[in-house]
Write a protein that binds this ligand. Structure first.
Ligand SMILES: [Zn+2]
Length: 524
């Protein structure tokens, strides 16, 4: 494999320096399609996790190219430590999945302080007051133009929907949208209409990533029917459904919780236009961070843990509750099983990709353990015996799933698949023209050990991890889009801002990132 000027090329002069990766495992750099690493919600989480910071101080690494920075770890590491630890696992690209547009400036500042990993974020739009008005009025063209303006103004990469219409309703003290045809926070803007409008906007604008959806009713028993209704509502349209594990429960209405993974994955397997990231729950500590404030209220009420809830004016909400998934707990054990079932029953690794919804289901530092669960049946079955069995009757995993992921399949669900879903043509592969983001692992019978300490990591052609040690921390690239729109939307939007927002429209857009935008449009 030949590397020149940050790219993989076909050939080099014979006297070029060499790195010997003989008998090692070589993959593209890891790509996280859905995590929470930068933004005001992440900072709120850091603020209430003082005990985690004390328990996991992160000393400054011995770097050769940059001023090293100390920090703190835990489930929500500080900015520099986030970059160092992702790179230390062989990950070189990460997306923050939920940023309120009004806090985009803060997110860019945090990403500027997160070295090594190329990063972007998805802008929250599923409860945006201006957008909901356009949906309710049937003004879908104006909604699309607003969407395009908002992506460019905030330097975002994709459209995110969280609990469509339900967060706006939560701000009025109504806790859930029961079905996708219920009245949401704005009459006429049903969850169905919001999802259709934004899925069509992403498609018409030819964004590299389709609409990215966190469905209604997250974490509730019986919610698999809502998830399937949402997928059917967008049938024939490209859509990515986030952390599907949290949306794949049967039961409810007086019946006990049960796995709905078989039903959900059967639909996904049969529909090429749908992709998901799993949002695996890992047993242990986590911190739930979401724009879905209503969910966090329920979690706080049931766990008694400290919490944050924020009303982000006109745009969205935000909630945080630190959490522990205990193997003695029936629901946590079911969630752990449901995620593994989605992975193990998936027929297309390109469309069912790895995430823990970091830090919601577990921190990204648990990925090596998750990979071991997927590749090592004996280990998985052993862990299964140790979890609470109460809600596992009839689950596919409890009945026995023999599948073991191959290294090739792991490379797809952690690299090539996310790159394809994100529309990143130069990432997730090692062909000529690809970004030279390369991770090299020494083989180890313990798969978790192998994936937790790559021998070498190369980022944009620079050797950042050498012999398992982080040695360089170059600045990262920002990934964002700047789609075109009809300027006519601005007159209406200016009047709206004047009337309702506490910020002047002229102060709202962020300075464009220094990198060029990722192109949009057919053939991009
Ligand atoms: Zn998330």
């Amino acid at each position: 494999m030949c590397v020149l000027d940050g790219r993989i090329v076909d050939a080099l002069p014979t006297d070029a320096p060499r790195l010997d990766a003989h008998v090692m495992v070589v993959m593209p750099g890891g790509i996280d399609i859905h995590a929470h690493i930068a933004g005001s919600s992440v900072n709120h989480a850091r603020r209430i996790l003082s005990d985690e910071r004390t328990a996991d101080p992160a000393a400054a690494p011995a770097l050769r190219d940059a001023v090293p920075r100390s920090g703190s770890g835990g489930t929500v590491p500080s900015t520099f430590t986030t970059g160092y630890r992702y790179a230390g696992l062989g990950y070189t690209t990460v997306f923050d999945a939920a940023v309120a547009p009004v806090s985009a400036r803060d997110t860019h500042a945090q990403l500027d302080d997160t070295p090594i990993i190329d990063a972007g974020f998805f802008a929250l739009m599923g409860n945006d007051a201006y957008l909901l008005q356009q949906v309710a009025a049937g003004e879908r063209d104006r909604a699309r133009d607003y969407t395009a303006w908002l992506l460019g103004a905030t330097g975002a990469y994709a459209i995110k929907i969280v609990n469509p219409g339900g967060v706006e309703l939560w701000k009025r003290n109504i806790r859930t949208v029961k079905s996708i045809d219920d009245t949401s926070g704005v009459p006429g803007a049903t969850p169905r209409a919001i999802m259709e409008t934004l899925a069509d906007a992403a498609a018409t604008l030819a964004l590299p990533h389709p609409v990215h959806i966190h469905c209604n009713n997250l974490g509730l028993p019986g919610n698999v029917s809502t998830t399937l209704d949402s997928m059917r509502a967008l049938s024939g349209r490209r859509a990515h459904f986030a952390h599907a594990q949290f949306h794949a429960y049967a039961g409810g209405n007086g019946k006990p919780w049960a796995s709905g993974a078989k039903q959900l994955i059967a639909y996904i397997n049969a529909h090429d236009e749908v992709s998901i990231d799993v949002g695996q729950v890992m047993l242990g500590h986590a911190t739930t961070v979401t724009a879905d404030g209503a969910v966090e209220y329920l979690l706080h009420a049931s766990s008694g843990r400290r919490w944050v809830n924020v009303d982000v004016e006109l745009e969205t909400g935000c909630g945080i509750v630190p959490y522990e998934y205990r193997d003695a707990a029936a629901v946590a054990s079911l969630q752990w099983v449901v995620g593994l079932e989605l992975f193990l029953l998936s027929e297309d690794p390109w469309r069912v990709v790895l995430s823990t919804d970091h830090p919601n289901g577990g921190a990204f530092t648990s990925y090596p353990e998750l990979i071991r669960l997927l590749m090592d049946r004996a280990y998985r079955d052993d862990r299964l015996k140790g979890v609470n069995q109460k809600l596992l009757a009839g689950s596919a995993l409890a009945d026995g799933l023999a599948r073991e992921y191959t290294l090739r399949e792991i490379a797809i669900i952690t690299r090539a698949g996310p790159a394809r879903q994100l529309g990143l043509a130069n990432k997730g592969h090692l062909g000529a023209g690809a970004d030279a983001d390369i991770t090299i692992y020494a083989r180890d019978a313990n798969i978790a050990a192998m994936f937790s300490t790559p021998r070498y990591v190369i980022k944009a052609g620079e050797l950042v991890v050498e012999e398992g040690q982080l040695r360089r921390a170059p600045p990262s690239r920002r990934l964002y889009v700047r789609p075109p729109y009809d300027d006519a939307v601005m007159r209406d939007l200016s009047a709206w801002f004047e009337r309702y927002a506490t910020i002047a429209l002229a102060n709202y857009p962020v300075a464009p990132p220094r990198d060029a935008p990722v192109p949009v449009g057919a053939g991009a």
